[in-house]
Design a binder for this molecule. Sequence first.
Ligand code: ARG
Length: 464
Amino acid sequence: MSDKSASNAMWGGRFAAGPDAIMEAINASIGFDRRLARQDIDGSRAHAAMLAAQGIISDKDAAAIREGLLTVLSEIEAGTFDFSTALEDIHMNVEARLRDLIGEAAGRLHTARSRNDQVAVDFRLWVRDQCDAAEAGLVALQKALLGQAEQGADWVMPGFTHLQTAQPVTWGHHMMAYVEMFGRDRSRFADARARMNESPLGAAALAGTPFPIDREATARALGFDRPMANSLDAVSARDFALEFLSAASICAMHLSRLAEELVIWSSAQFRFVAMSDRWSTGSSIMPQKRNPDAAELLRAKIGRIFGANVALMTVMKGLPLAYSKDMQEDKEQVFDAADTLMLALAAMTGMVGDMAAQPDNLRAAASAGFSTATDLADWLVREAGLPFRDAHHATGALVAEAERRGCDLPDLPLEAMQAVNPAITGDVYSVLGVDNSVASRLSYGGTAPDQVRAQIARWRADLG
Ligand code: ARG
């Protein structure tokens, strides 16, 4: 990165001296906004073409600008571009290089435009791409979960509330719960994308421009649905970035819950899943260890995304209209959050795809902890006509009895059951097995394998 001092070539007309070195350091954004290079050049090309079509600049200048911008882009992509801190940001770096390449015509590009609408359009284009990337990453993760669900649609495992054994559920049902969550995450990104897809270009500094520009044309050229209707709003809005961060935060929260389950499930105490070697590490001192580092790191990295959301909310709160330099602080937060989200999605997709659920361990755990106590209470309601509260009480007494004997509910002798409630018959044993328990929960959205398979089929048709 070179350092051309003296007064700024882009706006230094009224300045006698260059900025203090610290001023330059706090002011420059080129260290990070160079990631907007492609979007900046796309926006400039659309703007130049429109200026020529409207007769605001000549076709000859527009052609030179177009060619020059393509050269700048290829230099940036090849890594040969010399970024300058003195030129502050990506917009002025690109324009200065364009002037080196094509001379005076470069100075006409900024007609009827300001860096305020320029950065707004660049950043919107960038965040829009990230919504698409998040969507694609989520689809891949859903497919990995769906594969797990298909494999174990009827594998019985304990379902938990308070992380205490509650009722048996199926592995497929548990996997599909996450497919639903990540489906809603996708729709949040899609909603945000649809709302952000309006063009700020042509708002100029804040008030619009006296030049006869065509904002519809530039909006269309950049894939936006329409131009933004208020120029003050166009240059000061960052809610599009905040919507991305909010959707990313909720998605990250879901990822972190799944990561936590993987950490628990892969522990020696649970052994519900064996994580692949590809996603585990060993310990340098304890030879038996297989640590689920990827899941732990994912669980922790999520904090960066929440942090970005809070940071940008804080930057934006209390800013008067229209543009303030505070808004330059939007980009690093969003870049880091987007990078973190994509890494987390990729890691989770890999872990889920490669993990091996352990059906025998799942089943053994499902049968422990009196997991079919609710089935027993339901039987008392259905077959013995007890009010549910009374059935609940009687079942509690039976659980206590089983606990005292050190056995599970299906192992309690009939006499012991009848001692608690004489209406109990041998038929009760038919509901105490875990397979019967899950198969009976056929209500829509319930854990019965038939229900789970129907949900899997619906998603399979949707995801391909
Ligand atoms: N680097 C600036 C940003 O990211 C670009 C806009 C600068 N506008 C200005 N009026 N100084 O926000």
